[in-house]
Ligand binder design. Structure first.
Ligand code: ADE
Length: 242
């Protein structure tokens, strides 16, 4: 899968997308991340990417011409692409959107800055607008990184362990159960004895119970949408220490 990122701060992407699983996936050719500097597509002497808003008001607005020139320049350089504008006005990113995006061959992520992007870019040159959360960042760059990370790990081969992407929180709408590793005693804090009992079925039931309790406490919105099995109901009653 190819990610094309349009930004005025290309260097923000170097380290975050070169480390860990995403970095490895790039090295192995499973994904490509191409970062384009919107400023390279300006035609005026000062390489301006923003301007004052029509109608007055605070702040600056990103001009349409350089963004559209960048989109046109990359248009034929790969398979058909879906283009997404990162903005707090977009629909909220979640695992379901990540899963859909992971099926694409090429994804263009346009990072807005300043007070926003000229509305004509959003209206006529993008397929979708996405926000990564109900808060305002200084730009779409961190949002684009979040999307690349969440989407890349769903691409077959990227995680190495095909089970993990399917198993984790939000693939099924419950939070994950708690995890422990060595040492068994960390500064006087132990590990739940059930995890050391060696009985896979007992451990599975304990984990499911913990996951359900955690979801009920921390994310009542998700819990309300769960369809609980008779076993789930039993586990919620039994598993009192979560
Ligand atoms: N740009 C500024 N805030 C944002 C957000 N929450 N999501 C995506 N892009 C943004």
């Amino acid at each position: 899968m190819i990610f094309e990122i349009l930004t005025i701060f290309p260097s923000m992407f170097s380290s975050p997308l070169e480390e860990g699983m995403v970095g490895k996936a790039r090295d192995r050719g499973l994904i490509q991340v191409r970062v384009h500097n919107i400023r390279d597509f300006t035609e005026d002497k000062h390489h301006m990417t923003d301007d004052r808003p029509f109608g007055g008001g605070e702040g600056m607005v990103m001009k349409p011409e350089p963004i559209v020139a960048a989109l046109r320049a990359i248009e034929g350089s790969g398979p058909a692409a879906r283009s997404i504008l990162l903005t707090p006005q977009g629909r909220l990113f979640d695992q379901d959107i990540a899963r859909r995006l992971s099926l694409l061959s090429r994804l263009v992520l346009i990072c807005g800055r300043y007070e926003g992007v000229d509305e004509r870019v959003a209206q006529y040159f993008t397929d979708d607008q996405i926000s990564i959360g109900d808060y305002v960042l200084t730009g779409g760059e961190l949002g684009a990184m979040v999307i690349v990370d969440a989407v890349a790990r769903l691409i077959p081969g990227v995680l190495g362990n095909e089970g993990s992407a399917l198993e984790d929180s939000f693939s099924r709408p419950v939070l994950e159960h708690p995890q422990y590793t060595r040492p068994r005693d960390f500064e006087g804090m132990g590990v739940p004895p059930v995890l050391l009992c060696g009985n896979h079925e007992t451990i599975r039931r304990w984990r499911r119970g913990q996951a359900l309790r955690r979801t009920r406490t921390r994310r009542p919105d998700l819990f309300a949408r769960l369809e609980l099995s008779p076993e789930d109901r039993r586990l919620l009653e039994e598993n009192g220490d979560g």
